[in-house]
Design a protein around this ligand. Structure first.
Ligand SMILES: C[S@@+](CC[C@H](N)C(=O)[O-])C[C@H]1O[C@@H](n2cnc3c(N)ncnc32)[C@H](O)[C@@H]1O
Length: 298
């Protein structure tokens, strides 16, 4: 991780925090219940929890909630709290939600699809796609368990999604790409050293291709949100910088602790626009790591 010491703020604290176990987090499923009801479920089952201050829909638990009634009944979804950041970049306030079409290009196992379904209150239409059939099964199971009625699932390589002459253009496209996942380092020891730059560079080719397709599938003036759970600039700013002619970067205006995207890396300088992207590190909200870039399609 030392290659990031110049870009990660309070690097000593970062190093300390990533040695610690990541809290078990769950998101309350607003389609089925309320935070107060879930708190009562957990009290009844002897589970200690703390409500996250940056996102009141998240409860930090002392153990995994997978075997609780609240989970079985689809009232909670096990999701690390940083994973909830990308969907929050979309603006659902201006548009008529009933008419809104969302595409989640790499959706399994459905953390963000089900979260967006909740934000849309089961209105409008979400197409949740993933290429891997085993993961698509988990996606379907989660959609069913959480009672998401506005989601349909497709299974194909995101790069092959048909454009159908523009008739299928989406208002919002989530591009939560496969990545080297360094942000999961609190849970996976092999990630603690950081990944090889060559692996990041290899991964970035697929990421670029999927993001390219996202712009083709999004309506003009629509929103494209690109996210990874890695720190590597090769998969983050260096991918996003290649699309500044296709979309205008927007700062999502998050009020919780986070950092801005970087504009210099390994002797290369990027557009100042990249400061509108968002980096969240494990020590900032006591979770994992995530990168988010929000574009308005030109
Ligand atoms: C970071 S995970 C997505 C997590 C998911 N968005 C969520 O929040 O639960 C990346 C996903 O991309 C899928 N994937 C990998 N290559 C793909 C491709 N070419 N087209 C579509 N999905 C792909 C993987 O199967 C994996 O499920």
């Amino acid at each position: 991780m030392d290659r990031y010491k110049e870009i990660i703020p309070d690097f000593e604290k970062f190093k300390e925090v990533v040695k610690t176990h990541q809290p078990f987090d769950c998101r309350v499923n607003s389609l089925k219940t309320s935070v107060e009801e879930v708190k009562q479920h957990f009290k009844d089952e002897g589970i200690t929890f703390e409500q996250r201050d940056w996102n009141k829909n998240f409860l930090k638990l002392d153990k995994r909630p997978g075997k609780t009634y609240a989970h079985w009944l689809g009232k909670v979804y096990v999701q690390e709290s940083t994973s909830a950041v990308p969907p929050l970049a979309f603006d659902f306030s201006k548009k008529d939600v009933e008419k809104t079409k969302v595409l989640d290009m790499c959706a399994a196992p459905g953390s963000k699809t089900t979260q967006i379904s909740g934000i849309m209150e089961n209105k409008g239409e979400i197409t949740a796609n993933d290429v891997k059939s085993q993961r698509t099964r988990s996606l379907l199971a989660n959609i069913y368990r959480l009672g998401c009625l506005n989601v349909k699932v497709t299974e194909q390589d995101a790069r092959d999604i048909k454009e159908n002459g523009g008739s299928k253009k989406y208002d919002k496209v989530l591009v939560d790409v496969p990545c080297t996942a360094e942000g999961n380092l609190r849970e996976k020891d092999y990630l603690k050293k950081g990944v090889q730059v060559k692996d990041s560079k290899n991964m970035s080719e697929l990421q670029r291709q999927i993001l390219e397709k996202a712009f083709k599938l999004c309506k003009k003036g629509g929103e494209v949100v690109y996210s990874t759970c890695t720190f590597s600039p090769e998969e983050n700013e260096m991918v996003v910088k290649d699309f500044l002619d296709k979309g205008m970067l927007e700062n999502p205006g998050f009020s919780f602790p986070h950092s801005k995207g970087i504009t210099e890396w390994n002797g290369q300088t990027f557009s100042e626009e990249l400061r509108k992207t968002v980096r969240v590190y494990p020590h900032q909200i006591d979770s994992g790591g995530i990168f988010v870039a929000k574009f308005t399609k030109l």
